[in-house]
Ligand binder design. Sequence first.
Ligand code: GP9
Ligand code: MN
Length: 621
Amino acid sequence: MREFIYRHRFMLLCLSLMWLKTVVVSFLTFNLVITHWLEAVIFIVNPLAFLLVIFSLGMLLKPSWQRPYYFIMSLVLTSILYANAVYFREFADIITLPMLVMSGNVGDLSTSIFELIQWWDIIFFLDLVFIGYTMVKKPSALPATRAGLRDSKGKYLAVLVLSALIILLGRVEVGEAETPAHSFDRQHLIKSLGIYNFYFYDVYLHFTTGAQPAFAEREDMDNIQEHLQETHVDPNADFFAKAEDMNVVVVSLESVETMALEQTINGQEVTPFLNELIEDSFYFNNMYDQAGQGKTSDTEFMVNNSLYPLGRGAVFHTHPEIEMTPLPRALSEEGYYNVVFHANSETFYNRNEVYPRLGYDYYFGLDYFDVTDENSVGWGLKDMPFIEQSMPHIEDMEQPFYATFLTLTNHFPYELDPEDYFIDPAETESDIVNRYFPAVRYTDEAVRLLFNRFEEAGLYENTMFILYGDHYGIAESHYEELGSFLDKEIDPYETVKLDRVPLIIHIPGMEEEAETIETVGGHIDIMPTLVNLLGLSQDKHIMFGSDLLAEEREDFAVLRNGSVVTDEVVYTGELCYDAESGEELELGECVEAAERGEDELYYSDQIIYGDLMRFFNEEEM
Ligand code: GP9
Ligand code: MN
């Protein structure tokens, strides 16, 4: 043993440093909740399974090739760790393979990426400097010796057995027997598999899901239709067709959270216009962000399909060609003209491919806007000139229309020109938190402008407006500073609560019925609500959500990471809370809700992965 250590010191040094770094970085960056000593042991040893194999393979090489091999391996693995650490700062998630095919979007993301990189990230690479130095300057101090397969069979076998045992150990379920499964919770996967083995699992998912359409059968769809029938809730008949034949305007409020509507800065409301609008609208204050890695586009997918987005990648990118029963297409049949306004490149999120399939007739993308240095900031054209420049197209449009406006100014990293500050920034240690509120305030002003322009154009009275926050704004990595602003400690329960996004449905002429509705729901429920209000047939669609105005509505929302909210409990990351008080409960109290959440995501995923809508049978709905 001693001799082995001596002969392979360079390899053992690289291996130990990489192991240590993986455990420390994973623990510090991925917000893992470790509640049991065995979980801690599994978490600490699991990166070894992969590292042992990868580093011991180096011993097969000639000594002169070994050092560069170990150095390159350490560099590659450090880069994987670092890329994930940076990604996690904004997305609280791990990079999956389908995200890599979205790298075409990266050019537009440059403003966001620079904001995420910190000077002290150099720490990630310090050990590589040390390894590189000894490799070049002091090679004799740390020997690398070849261990041929024939002579060292026993050693390689031992490595394989040890790695296999570690992987098996990761499969051990720790904690209470009644723990729900965790298939949608990537943080749980990292905890039990380790970051490197996670990628093997991801490759496995990539291929198995890719093959799913070929093996799918009509029966798969029948089972899902049966499930949907069991959970079906009748829409509210009193609201049926209340907005029939009206124009429909959908406004995606970039990164606007419900929390923002409830705040003031130095006595000034953050969203004075939305707050005023709420008084005359149906306002849903318990809607949850159900987007996945495809963020804005995932929400567009939900709003137009009432299917959940996928857990991996943006569904607009990964499955642009599946069969769907989308809302705009149903509206086309009723004589609607369907358009989208968004001042970003047409190919971003593959929108140019997906929009026609959703039933949009026209996409007013970047080319339709006059974008200059003066009228743009951050991600591009500012929301107010965006509205101004969209209106002439609206005024010329045949009616009724279904028009989606995607705002952009309130996008991370929340840059704003001085003249667009209507309120002061917040005063916390985080510039992101500070800048977020004035940026939301600016978007609020753009929405006011939209309403004014609709009134001036004489279109207001005959238009139903739907405004929603597309997803969270402030990432978890800023929760300490956000907590100081909100004056509360942000525990996992509060983290889920901060995932609320506003939903406002404003129907001119229905101000009398206006109310704030506290039912728990999410983006998935928008389409069924609109289908009812517009007097369309429910039976023509496979919808996972339900009418938000339904009398018998069940309070329920599942987030894409598997967290679930009902009127009774909040389940998140293997923890269970009382929905009202936020008090922690026994995990068993959440099992039913968590399993229901898993079913919803699982069935919806099956439809997309298997392209099951091919087998949709209207008769059975
Ligand atoms: C991109 C815009 C923002 O066109 O919709 O996307 P996001 O980064 O929020 O998903
Ligand atoms: Mn967005």
